[in-house]
Design a protein around this ligand. Structure first.
Ligand SMILES: Cc1ncc(COP(=O)(O)O)c(C=O)c1O
Length: 444
C-alpha cells in the first residue's frame, strides 16, 4: 500500500503541520507490541507509547477481548440518571489505586475534559460551602491541561495565549516555570535540588496580589510532560500542598501523563508523597485503546456537594458528558487495570526507568547542540539549542529523520522526548536512544 492509496483531501490533522505532512505522509495501518507497520510496509518502533497512552504495548488481547465482549453485552447506555455496571466497577478499581481518600470518580473522555471538569468542581465546591467568591485559578507557565478553554487558560503555553488569549478565562494567574537551565540542565534519574524556593513568589506575590481567600484552586502537572519532561525541584509539591492547606485552596494534579505507572508508582502523587484534592487522568487508563478520562475527587469535596442543602431531586453538580462512564471504555479500563496488575507493569516501569535514563545520559551528553538531558521515571527529554530564528525546527527535523530510520520520538519545542511502553526491553531502549543520538549528530 502506498501513500497514494489515501485520499488526504479531507482529514485536517490535529497538532500537525498539515502542508508539510502532505509532502511526507506518515500513516500507520497496524500495530503490535512496540511496533507500528506503516502504509509502505515500514516497521516503526513506538518510542513514546503513542503519546503516553499505550503503556502496556499495542494489541493486547485481554483488552481487545474485553471490548468485544462488552459490545455484545451492553454497547452503550445514557449516563444521565441511569448508569451501567462497568462504570461502577472501573470507578471502584481507580479509587482503589488512588492514594488517600481520593475516592469519587467523575468520568469523561479525555484529558482536556478532565481539566475543565476539575475546574468546574472547584467552583461548585466552594459555592456549595458558601465561598462562591473563591473563583481565581492558578496554573504554571508552560503547563499543559489540554485544548478546552478552562485547561488552556490555566495552562501556560505561549502559543495558546498568542492565538486564543483574548477569550481565555479572566481570573487566572500563573506560577513560574520549574526549570533551572543553569544549575539543573542535566537531571539524571533523581529529583533536582534547587538553591532557591520557586514557591516563594506564590505566597509573597501571586497570593498576596489576589488575596488567598479569593483563590479556588491551583492546578499543576506533577511533572510537566507535554512541554518536555520538566521535573519539579525536590520538595516542591509537598510545599505546594502546605500552601494550599494553609489558605483553603484546592490542589489539582493533572496526571494525564504521570498517572497509571509512568513514575513507577500508581500515580505521580504516590511518587512525590502528596495527595491532591483532585486528580485528573486519561490516556493510559485504557492503554489508549478507547477514549476515557476522569477526575478523582477526595471525599470532602463530594460530601460538601451532597450536603449543600438542596432537595433530593435536584442535581448536585450540574455537569457531565454524554459519554461519561461509557460502558465500552470502562470495560477497556477494567481489562487494562487488571493487566497492569497481572504483569506488575508499574514495577517494570520503575525498573526500566533507570535503564532508559542511563542510556540517554550516556548517549546524548556532549553531542552537538545538546543543552540539557532530564530523566526520571520511565521518560526523558534531551533539549537542543534552538536554531537561530527557527525555534522548534531542529527538533522537528530530527523527529522526522528518526521516523524514517524506524523510531518514533516526540518533538516538544526543542526537546526530544522518549517515553516508551512499560513493556520496553533494553535492546529497544538502545535502538531508540541510538537512532536519536545518530540523528542529533547528523543535524549538527
Ligand atoms: C497533562 C495533560 N493534561 C491534559 C492533556 C489533554 O489530554 P487530551 O489530549 O486527551 O484532551 C494532556 C495531553 O497530552 C496532558 O499531557
Amino acid at each position: 500500500m502506498s501513500a497514494h492509496h489515501f485520499n488526504m483531501d479531507h482529514q485536517w490533522l490535529p497538532f500537525t503541520p498539515n502542508r508539510h505532512f502532505r509532502t511526507d505522509p506518515r500513516v500507520v495501518v497496524a500495530a503490535d507490541g512496540l511496533h507500528f507497520t506503516t502504509h509502505d510496509e515500514q516497521k516503526i518502533l513506538d518510542g513514546i507509547s503513542s503519546l503516553w497512552c499505550v503503556t502496556a504495548g499495542h494489541n493486547r488481547k485481554p483488552i481487545n477481548e474485553a471490548i468485544k465482549k462488552q459490545l455484545d453485552t451492553l454497547d452503550y447506555a445514557t449516563a444521565f440518571s441511569v448508569s451501567n455496571d462497568k462504570a461502577f466497577e472501573a470507578a471502584h478499581m481507580i479509587a482503589e489505586l488512588a492514594p488517600g481518600d481520593l475516592n469519587k470518580v467523575l468520568f469523561c473522555s479525555s484529558g482536556s475534559e478532565a481539566a475543565d471538569t476539575a475546574l468546574k468542581v472547584a467552583l461548585a465546591y466552594h459555592r456549595a460551602r458558601g465561598e462562591g467568591h473563591r473563583n481565581i485559578f492558578i496554573g504554571r507557565e508552560k503547563g499543559y491541561h489540554g485544548v478546552n478553554f478552562g485547561g488552556m487558560s490555566v495552562g501556560g503555553l505561549p502559543a495558546n495565549r498568542k492565538v486564543y488569549g483574548a477569550q481565555l478565562l479572566p481570573r487566572v494567574d500563573h506560577m513560574r516555570f520549574i526549570h533551572d537551565p543553569v544549575h539543573n540542565a542535566y537531571i539524571h534519574n533523581q529529583e533536582p535540588v534547587w538553591q532557591e524556593d520557586p514557591l516563594v513568589e506564590l505566597e509573597t506575590r501571586i497570593l498576596a496580589l489576589h488575596d488567598p481567600s479569593n483563590v479556588a484552586a491551583i492546578m499543576v502537572e506533577p511533572v510537566a510532560g507535554s512541554a518536555g519532561w520538566y521535573l519539579p525541584p525536590k520538595g516542591y509539591l509537598k510545599r505546594l500542598r502546605e500552601i494550599c492547606d494553609k489558605h483553603g485552596i484546592l490542589l489539582i494534579f493533572d496526571e494525564v501523563i504521570t498517572g497509571f505507572g509512568r513514575m513507577g508508582t500508581n500515580f505521580g502523587a504516590d511518587y512525590y508523597g502528596v495527595v491532591p484534592d483532585m486528580l485528573n487522568f486519561a490516556k493510559g487508563v485504557t492503554n489508549g485503546v478507547i477514549p476515557l478520562g476522569g477526575v478523582i475527587c477526595r471525599d470532602h469535596i463530594y460530601n460538601a456537594m451532597m450536603n449543600a442543602g438542596s432537595p433530593e431531586h435536584v442535581i448536585e453538580f450540574f455537569h457531565g458528558y454524554t459519554y461519561s462512564g461509557h460502558p465500552v471504555a470502562c470495560a477497556a479500563a477494567i481489562a487494562t487495570l487488571n493487566l497492569f496488575k497481572e504483569e506488575d507493569l508499574f514495577a517494570r516501569a520503575a525498573a526500566m526507568g533507570p535503564v532508559l535514563g542511563d542510556a540517554m545520559h550516556a548517549a546524548f551528553k556532549g553531542l552537538p547542540n545538546v543543552i540539557g538531558i532530564r530523566t526520571l521515571g520511565l521518560a526523558g527529554a534531551v533539549e537542543l539549542a534552538p536554531m537561530a530564528g527557527a525555534p522548534g525546527k531542529r527538533a522537528f527535523d530530527i523527529f522526522l529523520d528518526c521516523y524514517h530510520k524506524g523510531v518514533l520520538v516526540r518533538a516538544a519545542g526543542d526537546n526530544l522526548v522518549i517515553c516508551p511502553a512499560f513493556t520496553v526491553d533494553k535492546s529497544q531502549i538502545d535502538q531508540i536512544v541510538g537512532t536519536l543520538a545518530d540523528s542529533i549528530r547528523r543535524h549538527a
